[in-house]
Design a protein around this ligand. Structure first.
Ligand code: GLN
Length: 477
């Protein structure tokens, strides 16, 4: 059942939130042992919350647009009094004293949080294998990764544990796992969704967004979590786009560019699906043309300087004094070193070292400064494409889900799985991944729709047409 259908049934009194919650908890109990989508399941809290919602309905009140809808929250979203670990040892035992703004907004809309979902440690990764709690498996094929870093959220939705989930996307961490698990995932325009209470990885790139089984559910969730928040200084001082009503309006008269660079390294079966997606849009009345934004080829290298540089700064707060883990030693400096050595995993340490180097005196202009100049060129490149096009189309990831362990010891090959998602974060633009058939291995392919800043409405119209015209997962071409 979709989130929209659940909320409608609960609001009308046709279905109890308690029944919906039990169904979600039962699905988790049956499948979680194999999938491991969660760092923490919050069964008691979910049951209490569902009862509150049912009491509201019984009293004639409206619990809101997500009434009784079970959600999974990525474990980098702060939940008051509930462990929030970013799947890192270093945050072991830390209980946030406050809720993230998105968590508050979900609660105010009637949602029921059933758990904190598994993720790559501090959202650094593309497979959910760097989690300190062990990997998540892809529900479509449990020998494969679910993608990452929001792999737990994507797997929870794909496995039918929850109809919707929240993730965060710094370089593709919502869209890439959505693509690999065959669900919808959206990265909003930077500044439209509050980052207050999202544990920072790279603050100029991080954005919270929805994962869902349908484009309409993603729109519903975005409408609840989006909008100005005074607690986030990067929150845009304007209303967020409203999306629920635009789904279904079609693409007639739009010009949509197929992004040539994103097809360059793509698996042939994935590229074939994107060509098929372009045909669907053309048949629906859009003008489809090939477009080139050569600057996006520089995205990956710029990102792997900018994101680690910011991470080396945002992660400096984990010093054994203020949060979570402390490994005692003879003095404070030695305690800091011992805590960080024990608390951070290998990928996080790699990023901190890379970022510290990129920012060090004598190198900062050659590395970090150069990366910022590239970032500006990418923004300009997209702007040129959007003079002609309303939206762009490409694959979300160059391949379908890869095998567990396949890339864990090869960071560069792991990093390459985000080659088609990273430029969007560098530009601050929105993008959405929609399931569009399968690859040669029978696993889901994601079609990615990119749009200019704040053009989420356009993007959702395109996404809905792709969803309606998509070959079923498992169907041949
Ligand atoms: N996979 C990318 C990385 O490892 C992006 C992660 C993300 O979006 N949080 O940095």
């Amino acid at each position: 059942m979709t989130a929209a259908a659940i909320a409608a049934a609960v609001r009308s009194g046709e279905r109890r939130a308690a029944t919906v919650t039990e169904a979600s908890l039962a699905a988790i109990a049956a499948g979680e042992g194999e999938i491991h989508a969660f760092a923490l399941v919050l069964a008691d809290g979910a049951r209490r919350r569902a009862e509150e919602i049912d009491a509201q309905v019984a009293a004639g009140q409206d619990p809101g647009p997500l009434a009784g809808v079970p959600v999974a929250l990525k474990d980098n979203l702060c939940t008051r009094g509930v462990p929030t670990t970013c799947c890192s040892r270093i945050l072991e035992g830390w209980l946030p004293p406050y809720d993230a703004t998105v968590v508050k907004r979900l609660a105010a809309a009637g949602a029921v949080v059933v758990g904190k979902s598994n993720m790559d440690e501090f959202a650094m990764g593309s497979s959910t294998e760097t989690s300190a709690f062990g990997p998540t498996r892809n529900p479509r094929d449990t020998s494969r990764v679910p993608g990452g870093s929001s792999g737990g959220s994507a797997a929870a939705v794909a496995a039918g544990f929850t109809p919707v989930a929240l993730g965060s996307d710094t370089g593709g961490s919502i869209r890439q796992p959505a693509a690999l698990c065959g669900v919808v995932g959206m990265k909003p325009t930077y500044g439209t969704v509050s980052r207050y209470g999202l544990v920072a990885f790279a603050s100029s790139l991080d954005q919270v967004g929805p994962l869902a089984t349908t484009v309409a559910d993603a729109a519903l969730l975005f409408d609840v979590i989006g909008g100005r928040d005074e607690r986030d200084t990067t929150s845009l001082d304007r209303p967020a786009p409203r999306l629920a009503s635009v789904v279904g309006q079609g693409v007639e008269g739009m010009t949509i560019g197929v992004l040539a660079e994103y097809l360059e390294g793509a698996d042939p079966a994935v590229a074939g699906r994107i060509a098929q997606a372009a045909e669907v849009l053309a048949a629906a009345g859009a003008r489809v043309e090939e477009v080139s934004v050569p600057e996006v080829r520089l995205g990956l290298s710029a990102y792997y300087l900018i994101a680690p540089a910011e991470a080396s700064s945002t992660l400096a707060r984990y010093d054994g004094v203020r949060y979570g883990l402390r490994v005692d030693a003879e003095d404070t400096a030695a305690m800091n070193v011992a805590t960080r050595s024990a608390g951070f995993g290998a990928e996080v340490k790699r990023r901190i070292m890379l970022g510290t180097y990129a920012l060090s005196a004598g190198y900062v202009d050659a590395y970090y400064g150069q990366a910022l100049r590239v970032r500006t060129r990418i923004i300009d490149g997209f702007a040129a494409a959007y003079e002609r096009c309303d939206a762009l189309l490409g694959p979300t990831a160059p391949t379908t889900a890869f095998a567990l362990g396949a890339k864990l010891d090869d960071p560069l090959s792991m990093y390459l799985s985000d080659v088609c998602t990273i430029p969007t974060n560098l530009a601050g633009h929105p993008a959405i991944s929609v399931p569009f058939g399968t690859g040669a291995d029978g696993l889901p392919v994601g079609a990615q729709v990119l749009a200019p800043a704040l053009a989420e409405a356009t993007m959702f119209k395109v996404a809905a047409v792709l969803e309606a015209g998509a070959p079923a997962v498992g169907a041949g071409s």
